[in-house]
Ligand binder design. Structure first.
Ligand SMILES: Cc1cc2nc3c(=O)[nH]c(=O)nc-3n(C[C@H](O)[C@H](O)[C@H](O)COP(=O)(O)OP(=O)(O)OC[C@H]3O[C@@H](n4cnc5c(N)ncnc54)[C@H](O)[C@@H]3O)c2cc1C
Length: 150
């Protein structure tokens, strides 16, 4: 492709740059993506960190990938598989760790080993996070407000 044929240049092939480039290309534009590294993916890149072991080097949860983007770009058809995380482990004080299961009752049991009060309010905390998540999900695709312009 000669430079004159390019309609849009996207700098950086992280997942945001790649998604933007894919949407622009689907809209009929000729897009060039410039990436400074020799691999694409940015902070959601999967790399071999030890012979035979591959993992996302930074980002480890698919927190904000919108279902519409998955559908529009046919990500599952292109090989994306989402795995559900059964829980997470937290390193606390030296020698102490906590495995926090997704299941609320099981999580309360795990927390109660450290704080019965925290275990008791954990369901309310989860509800609050859920409400906040719904709120953010509802506005995530809105055009952001222009704080400079009112
Ligand atoms: C430690 C860590 C953990 C995280 N965990 C999570 C998580 O669990 N879940 C989650 O949803 N999010 C997580 N995030 C956030 C998530 O990784 C970022 O929001 C996401 O990667 C941003 O994507 P991006 O495409 O905007 O930028 P990036 O992924 O940063 O990609 C930018 C790309 O641009 C390239 N680039 C930069 N400058 C130039 C240049 N001048 N010329 C050419 N190329 C350039 C870079 O090499 C890179 O490939 C985490 C982030 C970090 C750092």
């Amino acid at each position: 492709m000669s430079d004159t044929a390019i309609d849009a240049i996207v700098i950086g092939a992280g997942h945001n740059g790649l998604a933007c480039a894919a949407y622009l290309a689907r809209g009929g534009l000729k897009v060039r993506v410039l990436e400074r590294r020799n691999v694409i993916g940015g902070a959601v890149l999967t790399e071999e960190f030890h012979p035979g072991y591959r993992n996302s080097v930074f980002s480890y949860l698919v927190s904000l990938l919108d279902r519409d983007v998955m559908t529009d770009l046919e990500l599952e058809k292109h090989g994306l598989t989402l795995l559900h995380r059964p829980g997470g482990s937290l390193s606390l004080l030296p020698g102490a760790h906590m495995y926090l299961p997704r299941d609320t009752a099981a999580a309360q049991k795990a927390i109660a080993k450290f704080s019965k009060a925290d275990a008791q309010v954990y369901p309310a905390f989860e509800d609050m996070l859920g409400d906040m998540g719904e709120l953010v999900r509802g506005i995530a695709k809105d055009i952001p407000p222009n704080f400079g312009g009112g």
